[in-house]
Write a protein of this length. Structure first.
Length: 253
């Protein structure tokens, strides 16, 4: 498949700005490969990159990719949550669907609802025209505050097998509660949608992601639809680290 066209806006904002990010990008590429390698099934071999002690600053620049923007339509959770999980995913990816159905709802219930976790979505369409169309449609649904409802509909069991043609995307938007379907169609085909998706994809490639789903948990790479326990361990470790850093920087503590 030809390399995707990179938007001029994202080209002006290079992601790889430091040695730490370059190093971590190589690790994420390796983690992505391991997560999808035939001899490393996700259910048996959790694939994550973790650090401790003096190496814990390695992913600081990657952690700064979190937007923490209250107006981000493709995010949920408090902007000041101690942990941010960034997800790079494709609506035609079966493992992304598995994560969306089996793991993400539990993470929302356990960590987003209590303010510990913020989830930020990045569209990373890598499986052709259907993926690109679904990514733009998800962004369009988000403009009417229905991204996560669209996300659930598009990742429902058997949804991707029905394809992501225009009529199907409109039906998914209607199912998701998008009120103005004509605006949805215009937004889906807009330059703004193409640019937003392109910027997300550029960021994913820039940090070395080569498969979906790929994640950053406070900057630490984690790839594949891992068991829920892998995510809870990563989130709780990141929350504990954030608490320790906060305590160390507060003279009152």
């Amino acid at each position: 498949m030809p390399a995707p066209t990179r938007s001029s806006s994202s080209a002006k904002k290079p992601v790889l700005v430091g040695l730490a990010v370059v190093t971590a990008a190589g690790i994420l590429g390796y983690v992505s490969y391991r997560a999808t390698a035939p001899d490393s099934p996700a259910s048996e071999t959790p694939v994550t990159a973790t650090t401790a002690g003096p190496d814990s600053g390695l992913y600081r620049e990657l952690a700064e990719l979190a937007r923490r923007d209250a107006d981000d339509k493709l995010a949920q959770g408090r902007t000041d949550a101690p942990v941010v999980l960034i997800e790079y995913a494709d609506f035609q990816c079966g493992y992304c669907g598995k994560f969306a159905r089996d793991t993400e709802p539990e993470l929302i219930k356990r960590y987003v609802d209590d303010g510990t976790l913020r989830i930020e979505w990045r569209n990373f369409p890598i499986f052709g025209e259907g993926s690109e169309a679904a990514a733009r449609a998800s962004w369009a649904a988000g403009q009417q505050d229905r991204f996560w409802a669209f996300h659930r509909a598009a990742y429902a069991e058997g949804a991707k097998e029905k394809g992501f043609g225009k009529a199907r995307l409109r039906a998914l938007a209607q199912q998701a509660g998008v009120k103005d379907l004509d605006r949805f169609a215009r937004d889906t085909d807009s330059t703004a949608a193409a640019n937003a998706v392109g910027e997300d994809r550029e960021q994913a490639y820039g940090i070395g992601a080569s498969s979906t789903p790929s994640f950053l948990v406070n900057g630490r790479p984690l790839a594949g639809a891992q068991p829920t326990a892998v995510f809870t361990q990563a989130i709780e470790a990141a929350a504990a680290e954030a608490a320790n850093v906060g305590s160390a920087g507060d003279p009152a503590k």
